[in-house]
Design a binder for this molecule. Structure first.
Ligand SMILES: O=P(O)(O)OC[C@H]1O[C@H](OP(=O)(O)OP(=O)(O)O)[C@H](O)[C@@H]1O
Ligand SMILES: NC(=O)CC[C@H](N)C(=O)O
Ligand code: SF4
Ligand SMILES: [Mg+2]
Length: 485
């Protein structure tokens, strides 16, 4: 089974976005708008499923929301007042139509559609058992495991079967499920991935981020709590918490990079936290320099915070092309490096003879930092200092973010001096892990039960990692062979 994105790419890829709406006319069009606002979370593929009171309808396609869901004929083919949708970045299963969500199945309880942000860290183990018991999978996605667990559960009602399934999976999941009875939104017991609820008139909306509520004109009601299931049936909304209570561990990287700056995740504005990270970085790692320059896009709020705290002028020293996507998918090293140049260009007139501080949110493989530092030097910068608004990324994510393998992470290979040399900077520094927690309003990172998942920085994973520990990241064809035997 492929458990990482098949592109040999150098980025921390995004994750996925989910959006659901219950009880409104033209539900599909609303979901298309919501998915558009969540496009930054997944650009490989998009899908929408609707229910018209009798039948389910699905359209799934590779590529962006625009281009697939901006056509009248597509929206007309998705009738119904209940709908959910998904934008995907694969973390388990290849980038192919069969893995594009929402996934759908006809169960003994009726139709069942599911959209998932996250990653199930024991999906391979469960899948092997299910296949042995006769389940026939249609995809290679971890999400499909949930469908088979529901289908084969010994409980009677759909809700009990669903809870039974959730209790068997480990890892991260923010889910939107549609059945003929209504919609269920839920967040894993640790709340690793975000999920919020909003209202638009009488319609209930669920979305990965508040920005999607803003875009459709809905009002934010509240975040779905870790371990909570919210069930919408007609005008009735109920909430249940079937898991033993435990301390939440939402993903701290949502504030560093993934979420849009205009979103509010678990009561913290992404933009404000990023600025606070920048300010903390200026306190921890000051430099005597002339300009603070953001690495667009996601380094910008932290650079504003750094500039305000240090009193050094903030300037746009790198201009970004808006015609290159957030992550430029390009096969092979040569084109990949060209990709970074296509995306960013130095504002030469500003840079010449200046001592510059570049602020970016993270270093993954170091490709961006190396190119940008070189770009500053070519533009005549007198000194180039790099400041990073997250601690060194040393570990892979198993919770819905497609990270390169550990050995490809720059910080897993080199110490600070080595990394500084690699990117050719005059100096390099990262915010401390305690500094990152400070920006989120904590005194420091608690050694026991820290408030967030920060495993890609600390290696402290908040769940067991069954598949990883069992070495289950095997090729899917090997798994098929195992089934035949
Ligand atoms: O060290 P690297 O492997 O180069 O990866 C790190 C870079 O990748 C991300 O930017 P990205 O270009 O994906 O998106 P952005 O435009 O939203 O910042 C991140 O913001 C860093 O700039
Ligand atoms: N990034 C995600 O949240 C992906 C969801 C799911 N694991 C998939 O690969 O389709
Ligand atoms: S490992 Fe990192 S990216 Fe993954 S959920 Fe934890 S903090 Fe987020
Ligand atoms: Mg970037």
């Amino acid at each position: 089974m492929l458990t990482t994105n098949p592109y040999d790419d150098d980025k921390l890829r995004e994750e996925c976005g989910v959006f659901g709406v219950s009880a409104t006319d033209g539900a599909a069009a609303l979901v298309a708008l919501g998915l558009h606002a969540l496009q930054h979370r997944g650009q490989e593929a998009a899908g929408i499923t609707t229910f018209d009171g009798a039948h389910f309808h699905t359209h799934r396609a590779m590529g962006h929301v625009a281009g697939n869901f901006d056509r009248d004929d597509v929206i007309r083919s998705l009738p119904g007042t209940v709908a959910c949708g998904h934008v995907r970045y694969s973390t388990t299963g290849e980038t192919a139509l069969r893995n594009v969500q929402p996934l759908y199945a006809e169960l003994s309880t009726g139709g069942f559609a599911i959209a998932h942000n996250g990653n199930i860290s024991n999906a391979m183990r469960l899948r092997r058992e299910l296949v042995r018991r006769g389940s026939i999978f249609q995809s290679t996605s971890d999400t499909e495991t949930i469908i088979h667990l529901v289908a084969t559960s010994n409980y009677r009602t759909l809700l009990d079967r669903f809870i039974d399934a959730l209790k068997q999976i480990e890892g991260a999941y923010s889910l939107i499920v549609m059945t003929p009875e209504g919609m269920i939104a839920c967040r894993d017991p640790l709340g690793i991935r975000p999920l919020v609820m909003g209202k638009l008139g009488d319609a209930v909306i669920f979305a990965s981020e508040t920005v999607a509520l803003d875009v459709v004109g809905a009002t934010f009601v509240r975040a779905i709590e870790p371990g909570e299931l919210v069930i919408v049936q007609g005008s009735e909304i109920r909430s249940i918490r079937p898991f033993a209570p435990m301390a939440a561990r939402p993903c701290i990287f949502e504030w560093v990079y993934f979420s849009r700056p205009d979103s509010i995740v678990d009561d913290h504005s992404i933009y404000s936290v990023r600025k606070a990270i920048g300010a903390q970085l200026a306190i921890e790692s000051p430099v005597d320099a002339d300009l603070v320059i953001p690495v667009p896009d996601s380094g910008t709020p932290a650079a504003i915070g750094y500039a305000q705290q240090s009193g050094i002028p903030f300037e746009l020293g790198i201009i970004r092309s808006h015609y290159v996507g957030r992550t430029f998918i390009s096969p092979g090293d040569k084109v990949r490096h060209l990709g970074v140049k296509l995306k960013h260009n130095a504002n030469r007139a500003l840079i010449k003879g200046k001592r510059v501080i570049l602020v970016d949110d993270s270093i993954v493989r170091g490709t961006t930092s190396l190119k940008i530092v070189e770009m500053m030097r070519e533009a005549g910068a007198a000194e180039v200092h790099m400041r990073i608004a997250s601690p060194p990324t040393r570990h892979s994510c198993f919770y819905g973010v497609d990270t390169p393998e550990r050995e490809k992470l720059l910080a897993a290979k080199l110490d600070l001096g080595g990394m500084t040399g690699f990117i050719h900077a005059d100096s390099l520094n990262f915010i401390s892990i305690d500094g990152l927690y400070k920006a989120l309003g904590e005194a420091k990172r608690a050694d026991v039960r820290p408030k967030y998942c920060d495993a890609c920085f600390t290696g402290d994973y908040p769940t067991t990692l069954t598949d990883h520990d069992e070495g289950s990241e095997v090729d899917q064809f090997a798994m098929l062979a195992e089934r035949v035997i």
